[in-house]
Design a protein around this ligand. Structure first.
Ligand code: HEM
Length: 381
């Protein structure tokens, strides 16, 4: 998409796309403004819920599709349960899961990085975070796939299977919530039940919807962050070398991947009033797409934006959004990427593409990654 973004950033940075009846915004400053100006741009239902990560059938709350004041209450409750401390505590488990996944391939010399690694890792981590018992993990993964697929199908058509998965999952989580009410554990669901602020608590429906949101918002995004990182490093051997000799550059490498190949390319809003932008008027009620993927390559903000530079500093990318809806899972996504990349670089020597065939992109225009990434390396025992 990058050459297209570059062309429209200069020719038509604010563009009405007639066939889709959508306004598109491409420059860094405008994207940041649209994402964060919730007084003029609503996140509420109206934008395609799939794109926004909202629940397909619109029941219950979804942080990401709620405006203040309700968003403010929900977010502060959820923030209390989803603390940096709770996330950091997951590190040893993330390491263990990572190594278990790599153990399965390390002797073979080949891996489909997506299928064998970047795809299962985040699902297992979220299951663990929520406190899903490990013998239920497989069912959980099936539901999670259905929910993600059905969220996508909201644009394209029916989501009967997704609805069924939702119903099954709700029933399952109702059971877990009931158990945790009686006997709380050290998991996110227990914290969500316990958390309260003033007179405000999360209802069962709120907790169920939040669990589903985590599945949609937290899985494919993290899958693509790790895959995009490996791909960008393999395509830029000089940067890979630099990282190998300076492992403390891993954090800035991950930030550069987020900028360079943003896992979420766009988010939706609805204009709450007429908004004038670069000489055009976006009429009240219009759907607006803020192109994060374009903003992060804006030459007005980033020097040499098409260059993958792991030492880039400063790097004010907006891959996790901006303002009140800033990604709740950013610390978790960064942690998973750090653990995963450390292990991949360490355990898969001479990592290289299996062939030069073009890679098939992940579905849709919002999610940015590859469907599969076949790689070879020197087997280890
Ligand atoms: C919100 C990106 C990983 C949970 C967002 C938003 C973006 C984003 C752009 C803002 C949406 C908006 O402004 O409308 C990403 C990327 C990820 C990632 C690129 C990985 C690389 C995760 C993970 C989780 C998560 C791992 C949870 C486990 C959420 C939630 C929101 C959100 C709950 C809604 C926050 C709110 O509306 O207040 N994410 N995300 N994300 N993300 Fe992430």
């Amino acid at each position: 998409p990058y050459p297209m973004y570059e062309a429209v950033r200069s020719a038509q940075p604010v563009m009405y796309v007639e066939p889709l009846q959508l306004w598109s915004v491409f420059r860094y400053d405008d994207v940041k403004m649209v994402l964060s100006d919730h007084a003029r741009f609503s996140s509420g239902p109206g934008g395609p819920p799939a794109a926004a990560g909202g629940p397909p059938n619109g029941d219950g709350f979804s942080l990401v599709t709620t405006d203040p004041p309700r968003h403010t209450d929900l977010r502060s409750l959820v923030n209390r349960a989803f603390t940096p401390k709770a996330v950091a505590a997951l590190e040893p488990r993330i390491e263990q899961i990572t190594h278990e996944l790599l153990d399965q391939v390390s002797g073979t010399g080949q891996i489909d990085l997506v299928h064998d690694f970047t795809y299962p890792l985040p699902v297992i981590v979220i299951a663990e975070l929520l406190g899903v018992p490990s013998n239920d993990r497989d069912r959980f993964k099936e539901w999670s796939d259905e929910v993600v697929a059905s969220a996508d199908a909201v644009i394209g058509g029916s989501h009967d299977k997704g609805k069924q998965a939702n119903d099954e999952m709700n029933e399952y989580f109702r059971g877990i919530i009931a158990e945790r009410r009686k006997a709380p554990r050290e998991d996110l669901i227990s914290s969500l039940i316990a958390v309260e602020e003033g007179a405000f608590r999360l209802s069962e429906t709120d907790i169920l919807s939040f669990c589903r949101l985590l599945l949609v918002a937290g899985n494919e995004t993290t899958t693509n962050l790790i895959g995009n990182a490996v791909l960008s490093l393999l395509e830029n051997p000089g940067e890979l070398e630099k990282l190998r000799s300076n492992p403390d550059m891993l954090a800035s490498t991950i930030e550069e991947v987020l900028r360079f190949r943003s896992p979420i390319q766009a988010m939706f809003r609805t204009a709450k009033e007429d908004v004038e932008l670069r000489g055009q008027v976006i009429p009240k009620g219009s759907k607006v797409i803020a192109w994060i993927g374009s903003a992060n390559r804006d030459e007005a903000k980033f020097a040499d934006p098409a260059r993958f530079d792991i030492a880039r500093d400063p790097n004010p990318h907006i891959a996790f959004g901006h303002g009140i809806h800033f990604c709740l899972g950013a610390p978790l996504a960064r942690l998973e990427a750090k653990v995963a990349l450390t292990a991949i670089l360490d355990r898969l020597p001479e990592l290289r593409r299996e062939n030069d065939e073009p890679l098939e992109p992940a579905r849709g225009f919002i999610v940015h990654g590859v469907k599969s990434l076949p790689l070879r390396f020197n087997p280890t025992t």
